[in-house]
Design a binder for this molecule. Structure first.
Ligand code: C5J
Length: 229
C-alpha cells in the first residue's frame, strides 16, 4: 500500500496502512467512569475522559481505512491466580484488585467495570487482549496476533500514558515495532505525567517512538483524493 506520512516528534512518522494496527489500551470503565475504581482513589477521571472523543474519531478513521483495531483490558481471573502477590498487596486497603467496587470486583474479568467504555466498544471481529500486566505483550497473545497479520507499526492510544501505554510502547520498541503514540488519544490522571510521558517517548531522536496529535494521523488516514479528470 502507499506509505502514509505524519508530521510528528521527533520527525516524520511513515507507515504502511497494510502493516499498521491501532492499539487501544485499557479504556475500561474501572479507570474512566465517574464513581469507579480510579475515581475512588481520588483521581480526576475527567483527565482520562477527555481522550474519549478524539479516540472515537480515530477508531472510526482506522476502521474506515481498513486498519485492524486491537483493544486491551487490564485485569485478572476471578480466583486471582494470574495476579502476582506483589501486585495484589499494593494499593489502598479495601480498594485492591478483586475487592468489591462500584462496578463489580475491581479489575476482574467479566465484571462490568473491567470492560471497555460504551463509546469505544469493540465491534465484531476486533481483537480484545486481556492482559494481567501493565504491558500488552506480557503473558498475552498480542505478539502472535500482530505477527499473523503482518503488523510492523502501531498507532498507540489509551490509558494511562505513564503506566500501561509506556510499558507497552517500551515492550513494542524492544520487539522491533515502530510506534506512534497519539498524544491527545492517551491520558493520565496527572497532567505532569502526561507531559513528561509523551516527552520521554520522542526524546533523544525517538528513543521509544514518535508522538503526534490525532489531527495529523486523521489527515494521513484520509482517503487519497481521486485524480482530477
Ligand atoms: C493502566 C494502571 N492501564 N494505571 N493501569 O495504566 O494501573
Amino acid at each position: 500500500m502507499t506509505p502514509r506520512h505524519v508530521p510528528a516528534q521527533p520527525d516524520q512518522f511513515t507507515f504502511d496502512p497494510g502493516g499498521t494496527a491501532l492499539l487501544v489500551i485499557d479504556m475500561q470503565r474501572d479507570f474512566l467512569l465517574p464513581g469507579g475504581f480510579g475515581a475512588s482513589l481520588g483521581n480526576d477521571v475527567e483527565q482520562l475522559r477527555s481522550v474519549i472523543p478524539p479516540l472515537a474519531r480515530l477508531i472510526a478513521a482506522a476502521r474506515a481505512a481498513g486498519l485492524p483495531v486491537i483493544h486491551t483490558r487490564e485485569g485478572h481471573l476471578p480466583d486471582l491466580s494470574d495476579c502476582p502477590p506483589a501486585k495484589l498487596r499494593r494499593g489502598t486497603p479495601s480498594q485492591r484488585i478483586g475487592d468489591p467496587g462500584a462496578f463489580g470486583r475491581i479489575l476482574i474479568r467479566g465484571e462490568y467495570g473491567h470492560d471497555i467504555v460504551d463509546e469505544l466498544a469493540p465491534i465484531e471481529g476486533e481483537v480484545v487482549i486481556d492482559k494481567p500486566g501493565k504491558g500488552a505483550f506480557y503473558a498475552t497473545e498480542l505478539a502472535a496476533v500482530l505477527e499473523r497479520r503482518g503488523i510492523t507499526s502501531l498507532l498507540v492510544t489509551g490509558v494511562t500514558t505513564e503506566v500501561c501505554v509506556h510499558t507497552t510502547v517500551r515492550e513494542a520498541n524492544d520487539r522491533g515495532y515502530e510506534c506512534l503514540v497519539v498524544a491527545d488519544c492517551v491520558g493520565s490522571y496527572f497532567p505532569e505525567f502526561q507531559r513528561v510521558g509523551l516527552a520521554m517517548i520522542a526524546a533523544q531522536g525517538g528513543i521509544f517512538g514518535w508522538t503526534a496529535d490525532s489531527a495529523a494521523v486523521l489527515d494521513a488516514l484520509a482517503p487519497a483524493p481521486s485524480p482530477a479528470r
